[in-house]
Write a protein that binds this ligand. Structure first.
Ligand code: HSE
Length: 308
């Protein structure tokens, strides 16, 4: 029997305008799981975390990812996973992605690192599809595996570039304790987009990428605006516009929904400012009778890693 334990960081998908094509890994939160590989067949999942996970192996996002990798490797093995630390499921900071990413990183290690980073991301996308109603997107799993910011340049063929998250930038993340299912928040999105919105959005994605590459927080702030998805999703976040105004008045550079929500995040370039923004977000939700957790996070530029 061989064993490995991995850490996988949380992630913020979309980053405003980059729906399904951009995401960043964040420090301060993540999953820890260990995997044992032995002779035999089948997948076993033990949950030692404080949270519920899908009750059957078939419903767990790790299962399709593990099966896809084993099949590609052409081997039969018994895989036992013990989840030891979990990002809160449904929080919107890449909980399902961390599980899928962790499963492929751990299995690849046990198989002698025979798959590339890109292949690992593709296997992890198989798991993500299970939690998002069939959509295979990489904007959480890619940064969770690779670290930093990942821009998906193409899904067919699959291609991405990785951009380091500037060390001086800081995120304030708040998780209101409400339920927003990814599949439901995808179902409200329009199928057609007016040309003027598309023009604004692709200008913003370009500006956002240039802003991160040039470590230009002002440009990041001006570009991290989503005119296509956010107008349809903000209804899921109580007092969204009001919260944005409060954060802007306090000096936040940008504010958006993290992935499909319900977590939201603000960016700034000062850790004390980020703490202040966290308090504003928590107070906002609590004033509406919604319990909320918040955290200050720098980018995680290392990505998923073997810890022992
Ligand atoms: N890009 C995905 C979405 C991320 O916004 O639906 C889901 O976490």
């Amino acid at each position: 029997m061989e064993q490995v334990t991995v850490f996988i960081p949380a992630s913020i998908a979309n980053m405003g305008c980059g729906f399904d094509i951009m995401g960043m890994a964040v420090e301060s939160a993540g999953d820890i799981l260990s995997m044992e590989m032995s002779e035999g067949d089948g997948i076993e999942i033990i949950n030692r975390t404080d949270y519920d996970i899908p009750s059957t192996v078939e419903d767990n996002v790790m299962t399709p990812s593990i099966r896809a990798m084993l099949e590609a490797a052409g081997v039969r093995k018994h895989i036992k996973i013990t989840l030891m630390c979990k990002i809160m499921p449904g929080s919107g900071i890449g909980s399902s992605a961390a599980s899928a990413a962790g499963a492929v990183v751990a299995l690849n290690h046990l198989l002698g690192n025979r798959f590339s980073e890109k292949e690992m991301v593709e296997f992890a996308m198989e798991g993500e599809a299970l939690s998002s109603g069939g959509a295979k997107h990489a904007d959480n799993v890619a940064p969770a595996i690779l670290g930093g910011i990942v821009l998906i340049c193409s899904y067919h063929p699959f291609e991405y570039i990785r951009i380091p998250f500037p060390e001086t930038f800081c995120a304030a993340i708040a998780h209101p304790r409400i339920t927003v299912k990814t599949s439901e928040s995808r179902a409200v999105l329009p199928k057609d987009i007016p040309l003027h919105d598309a023009i604004l959005q692709w200008a913003n994605v370009g500006g956002l990428v240039a802003g991160f590459m040039n470590k230009d927080m002002g440009l990041v702030g001006r570009s991290m605006r989503d005119v296509i998805v956010e107008p349809h999703r903000k209804r899921f976040i109580p007092g969204f516009d009001d919260l944005r105004s409060k954060l802007a008045a306090a000096g936040a550079t940008a504010f958006n929904i993290s992935g499909s929500g319900p977590s939201v995040f603000a960016l700034c370039d000062d850790e004390d400012k980020a703490k202040e923004l966290c308090k504003i977000m928590s107070d906002h939700f609590e004033s509406l009778g919604i319990e909320a957790d918040s955290l200050v996070a720098h980018g995680d530029n290392r990505g998923a890693r073997v810890i022992f």
